[in-house]
Design a protein around this ligand. Sequence first.
Ligand SMILES: [Zn+2]
Ligand SMILES: [Zn+2]
Length: 161
Amino acid sequence: MTEARKPVHSGGCQCGAVRFAVYAEPLHSAICHCRMCQKAFGSFFAPFAVVELGQFVWTRGGPTIFASSQISQRGFCNKCGTPLSCFSNGSAEINIPTGSFDHPEKLPPTFQAGIEGRMPWFADMQSLRGKTTDQLMPKQVLKELENRQHPDHDTPAWPPE
Ligand SMILES: [Zn+2]
Ligand SMILES: [Zn+2]
C-alpha cells in the first residue's frame, strides 16, 4: 500500500513490530485516571492522543485486541506488550497512547478524564527527588547495554540486519 500523505506524527510499540502514522494533528491530548486505563497500562494513569480514524494508519503490523468491555477495544503489541490503542465501537476517533508516539513531548495533555480514579498523591509526584539514568546505572553496564527498543523514527526494517 502506498500512502501519498505525509505523516504529521509517527510512533509504535517498544519492539517495533507495530508502527503507526498520523496525518493530521490529534483532536486533543489527555490523560485518563480510570481504573480500566490504570490496569491496561500497569500505570497510575494513561496518556492518550485522540485521533480521527481517517487520519490514522497502522504502517507496520497491527495491534492484538482485548475487548475490555462490550463497547471498548484495547490494542496492544503481542510481541512486547506495549499498549497501542483504545477504541469505542462505532466511534470516528481512536485513542493512541501518547507515550508510544516518537515525539510525545509535542503532545502535552490539556484534559484529565476518569478523575474518580486519580491517585490522591498525583499532584505531589513532580516534587519527588530524582536522578538521571546515568546517575543510577554503573557506566560499564550502560556501555555494554544492548538496547533492543525501536528508535523514535520509522525504519525500513527492524531489527536491523
Ligand atoms: Zn512490540
Ligand atoms: Zn480510562
